[in-house]
Design a protein around this ligand. Structure first.
Ligand SMILES: [Zn+2]
Length: 65
């Protein structure tokens, strides 16, 4: 219970697709993308579609223009 885990999800908005980091206790809840204000439901289980080889830190330099 003392571990503060972070879940990374991708914004489903095709014009955004920003990686959002939310705390694990937000599972099953709705969060709002700060970039496009889309409501995103956090999956209860970990999303296996997101590999963990992106590095230990978030890279906000995602720009798919
Ligand atoms: Zn978004």
């Amino acid at each position: 219970m003392s571990e503060a885990q972070v879940i990374r999800i991708m914004c489903p908005n095709l014009g955004c697709q920003r990686i959002l980091a939310v705390p694990s206790h937000a599972r099953g809840k709705l969060v709002r993308c700060r970039s496009c204000a889309t409501n995103i439901r956090i999956p209860v289980m970990r999303d296996p579609a997101l590999p963990r080889n992106l590095g230990p830190q978030d890279d906000p330099a995602f720009d798919a223009a």
